[in-house]
Design a protein around this ligand. Structure first.
Ligand SMILES: Nc1ncnc2c1ncn2[C@@H]1O[C@H](COP(=O)(O)OP(=O)(O)OP(=O)(O)O)[C@@H](O)[C@H]1O
Ligand SMILES: [Mg+2]
Length: 479
């Protein structure tokens, strides 16, 4: 679309409910070499801002303050939230200085009062556009973040589910009780274990981690308890085990469900008596260790199946913590995405300042089978690969982009063809899936998750809808 326009010094979006104002302002901008996009309906303007920014096409916004429906303050807030580096210039009709000052406090670039002097406005626009164009080039431009609890926990999240986890952590951190953390892969089990350690009085002592699934069962005993010189071939000197290393600190046993049965007996004894012997040793070692375990298995079932000792299970499971999956707390996706944006910007020395609203919608619609770890990896890759200063839908990995409904600021059809060689079937499938997903989610939403009624609404059989839900990886509670 942009090739139809002559080269301009910048693109400015103007929104005012009065047509004569948008007319005058756009004429003035165009005369000075700017391209103007004008809107009299502020809701349409917001949509256009999202679409334009998703393609990084505007350099400044000029908005009236008092408009029906969506006011200028909301336009400003929307821009600050999603596109923090985009300058917003406020136009106010009554010269009410308070309103203008309050807009400045909330991050407006500048303001003019109506009736305004054209040269004044033009000077402000020129400054705004130049500032924006410079900001886009500056590496390491700091990202504004509205995510709370950055300091207290290195974990973020506002959902009730994760807030409850935070509460449990602070409540039990100081006690010596064993903790068992349950959760799918990538839900933050290790991070929670470390947070418990960090909030305990053991914080100055070691936090030692053992992954029970990664150590061959023949070596696990000497790993945990250490060995004496000559205990086995190759034991040329004695070596302390992880229990000793964790003395007065915390021992984190990851994937504890994988621990061999004969090892479980030995674990039980340490838990009961706080003592053990090194492999090949005769003397008994005393330790003071807080034990935290994690598993992505259903350990009660392992107990029933005889693969995990019941007595050990009860000893380890004194405080159980269940970590929610990411798809069960989608409201945290935005906070986490912004958290990782900030983190990777610093780490990778990039200047990515925001996520476009359509791209965020894509992140929020995806089901994240790999949970937070997967979101973290996706964010890192996008920040590394993007050419822009805003993450856009075209930066999303295909499996995430596929969740977007058709026409949702998605890659224009022309660009789809640039995938070389374009795979017609795959492209159509991706777009169709987006539409299917949107329809099904809407139907489920409207029926409060009732699959039978949602199926009726869609003209599908119940079975057919269930299959679709499964195929599209939609929320589990709908299955
Ligand atoms: N609430 C959170 N806030 C910020 N980052 C988080 C949060 N939860 C997890 N992470 C990050 O997500 C990644 C995965 O977390 P972690 O390794 O603790 O998961 P896990 O459950 O142990 O995964 P696995 O089962 O694969 O071992 C880590 O980089 C971690 O720092
Ligand atoms: Mg882990």
């Amino acid at each position: 679309m942009s090739q139809n326009y002559p080269k301009t010094s910048g693109r400015v979006l103007v929104v005012d409910d009065e047509k004569n104002i948008t007319f005058v302002v756009s004429a003035m901008l165009e005369k000075s070499g700017y391209e103007a996009l004008t809107f009299n309906d502020s809701r349409e303007a917001l949509r256009a801002i999202d679409e334009s920014m998703d393609a990084e096409e505007i350099d400044a916004v000029i908005t009236d303050l008092y408009m029906p429906n969506v006011g200028g303050m909301e336009v400003l807030e929307h821009c600050k939230k999603y596109y923090p580096q985009l300058p917003v210039v406020i136009v106010t009709a009554f010269g009410t200085v308070e309103a203008a000052v309050s807009a400045l406090k909330r991050g407006a670039f500048d303001f003019v009062t109506k009736p305004f002097d054209q040269t004044d406005l033009l000077a402000i626009v020129r400054k705004a556009v130049t500032t924006h164009q410079q900001r886009r080039k500056e590496p390491g431009f700091s990202v504004q973040s509205d995510s709370p609890s950055f300091s207290e926990f290195s974990m973020v999240g506002n959902s009730q589910q994760i807030q409850d986890v935070f509460k449990v952590i602070s409540k039990i951190a100081a006690s010596p009780s064993t903790v068992m953390i349950y959760g799918e892969s990538g839900t933050g089990k290790e991070l929670v274990a470390f947070e418990i350690h960090r909030h305990s009085d053991r914080v100055k002592k070691p936090f030692i981690k053992v992954n029970c699934a990664a150590i061959p069962s023949s070596l696990i005993e000497s790993e945990l308890f250490g060995y004496e010189k000559g205990a086995f071939t190759g034991a040329v000197s004695s070596k302390p085990g992880r229990f000793e290393l964790a003395h007065e600190g915390t021992l984190f046993l990851d994937e504890v469900g994988e621990m061999p049965l004969e090892m479980q007996v030995k674990m039980l004894r340490v838990l009961q008596e706080q003592e053990f012997e090194r492999v090949g040793g005769v003397s008994t070692t005393q330790v003071d260790v807080r034990i935290i375990t994690a598993t992505n298995r259903n350990l009660e079932e392992e107990v029933k199946a005889g693969r995990f000792r019941e007595d050990l299970f009860y000893r380890l499971n004194v405080v159980p913590i269940h970590l929610p999956t990411l798809r069960d707390r989608k409201e945290d996706i935005e906070t986490l995405a912004r958290f990782f944006l900030k983190q990777f910007n610093q780490k990778l020395q990039k200047a990515v300042t925001g996520i476009s609203a359509p791209a965020l919608l894509g992140l929020q619609s995806y089901s994240w089978p790999g949970n937070i770890r997967q979101l973290e990896n996706v964010m890192e890759r996008m920040i590394l690969m993007t050419d822009g200063t805003i993450l856009r839908t075209l930066d999303l990995p295909p499996e995430v982009a596929a969740t977007l409904p058709l026409g949702m600021g998605d890659t224009p059809v022309g660009e789809l063809l640039n995938d070389s060689p374009a795979n017609f079937k795959e492209l159509v499938r991706r777009q169709t899936q987006g539409v299917e997903r949107a329809l099904i989610e809407k139907a489920l939403d409207e029926t409060g998750g009732n699959v039978t009624r949602a199926a009726e609404k869609l003209g599908l059989s119940r079975k057919g809808l269930q299959l679709k839900i499964k195929e599209l990886g939609l929320k589990r509670s709908f299955e």
